[in-house]
Ligand binder design. Structure first.
Ligand code: NAD
Length: 352
């Protein structure tokens, strides 16, 4: 049994689906179901006894303690977070509450649980914390990619709150001996991503004939990884990572925002032609995000060399799969974008 937090969100849901496709080991999925949590992502597991969904907050230490005592998981994998940089600029409170204080409560519950395990269970137990490359700050165009020893220089309330959580995780290993693992991953894309994030936003808006907003001059650089490859990296770190260590996960796949948007427009033109010409006519430059980091790039050499991880998708195949998924799931996107999925969840599960 493993305990996954935030497993109704984008990456967490992909992780739970991939996990149960590959293992019989059950999953307890603790998720608060914020605007970003969507049980519809897990609809295929509705009658699967290996998936136990619990609606709740990682900051509710008593709830986490009761789940740990009841289910005795061999690992906790913490995906739960407020994850959208723009939202963190307008309302940082929720970011500190969940990303810092929530992770703290989860660590406290894990510390007590771990102390009560027998030696064999302690040897097996892992606390894996899922984090981001944004904690490392911003790179100049020619700087080498972030390694695990790059100093933390977070620039947004989101990345600062994730950095705070990463430091707590590190401290719980060094101070209390909790067998922690931290992964710092680059930007993800793929199925079930909430359409406020760049790639699904562009696909969704293009298909609807709406503007494709790009911050500033579009020259900011991000390093993109297909979500299934992030999940396989996490599984590999869980299996073979050394307690107390940090592993970067990334596809070594840097793109400027404008190039990525043009690429998506071209791929969409090929599979579902724009009735008015080409989707790139919709590109619109908008005022830059305050404090917008110029460039992120991840060096994943440690994960590749020490743990033998390889991504399965290259960017071209990952984008094809993602576009195909969004084209096949336009109703999912419409429901998520309209908030109507909450009605759907209530109908299906009786919870909102
Ligand atoms: P997401 O916003 O899609 O999902 C977050 C999930 O956490 C949602 O289901 C939400 O309901 C849940 N949640 C939020 N607050 C909670 C709380 N207090 N208690 C329990 N559940 C709560 O995010 P995502 O993109 O899937 O990201 C998952 C993790 O991966 C985050 O920790 C994020 O920092 C990290 N990450 C994301 C990316 C990316 O590109 N999306 C890249 C690197 C790392």
């Amino acid at each position: 049994m493993i305990l996954v937090t935030g497993g109704a969100g984008f990456i967490g849901a992909n992780f739970v689906l991939d996990w149960l496709a590959a293992h019989d080991e059950p999953v307890i999925n603790l998720d608060k179901l914020t605007y970003a949590g969507n049980l519809e992502n897990l609809a295929s597991l509705k009658d699967d006894a290996r998936h136990h969904f619990v609606q709740g907050d990682i900051g509710d230490q008593a709830l986490v303690e009761s789940l740990l005592a009841k289910h005795q998981p061999r690992a906790i994998i913490n995906f739960a977070a407020e994850s959208h940089v723009d939202r963190s600029i307008h309302g940082p409170d929720a970011f500190v509450a969940t990303n810092v204080m929530g992770t703290f409560a989860l660590l406290e519950a894990a510390r007590g649980y771990y102390a009560g395990l027998n030696a064999a269970a302690q040897a097996e137990f892992r606390f894996l914390h899922v984090s981001t490359d944004e904690v490392y700050g911003s790179l100049t165009p020619d700087a080498p990619a972030f390694t695990e020893s790059h100093p933390y220089q977070p620039n947004s309330p989101y990345s600062a709150s994730k950095a705070g959580a990463d430091h707590l995780v590190r401290a719980y290993h060094h101070t209390y001996g909790l067998p922690t693992l931290t992964t710092n991953c680059s930007n993800n894309y793929g199925p079930y991503q909430f359409p406020e994030k760049l790639i699904p936003l562009i696909i969704h808006n293009a298909l609807a004939g709406r503007e494709l907003p790009i911050y500033g001059d579009g020259s900011n650089v991000r390093d993109w990884l297909y979500v299934g490859d992030h999940c396989s990296g996490i599984r590999r770190v869980l299996e073979a990572g050394k307690p107390g260590e940090v592993y970067n996960i990334g596809g070594e796949n840097e793109w400027t925002n404008i190039d990525i948007v043009r690429h998506i427009c071209a791929r969409l033109d090929a599979v579902k032609p724009d009735p008015a010409g080409s989707y790139d006519r919709l590109i619109t430059f908008v005022t830059d995000r305050p404090g917008h980091d110029r460039r992120y790039a991840i060096d994943a050499t440690r994960l590749r060399q020490e743990l033998g991880w390889q991504p399965a998708e290259n960017f071209a195949t990952g984008i094809e799969r993602t576009i195909a998924w969004y084209l096949a799931n336009t109703e999912w996107v419409e429901r998520v974008a309209s908030g109507a999925y909450r009605d759907w969840v209530e109908q299906q599960y009786g919870v909102v």
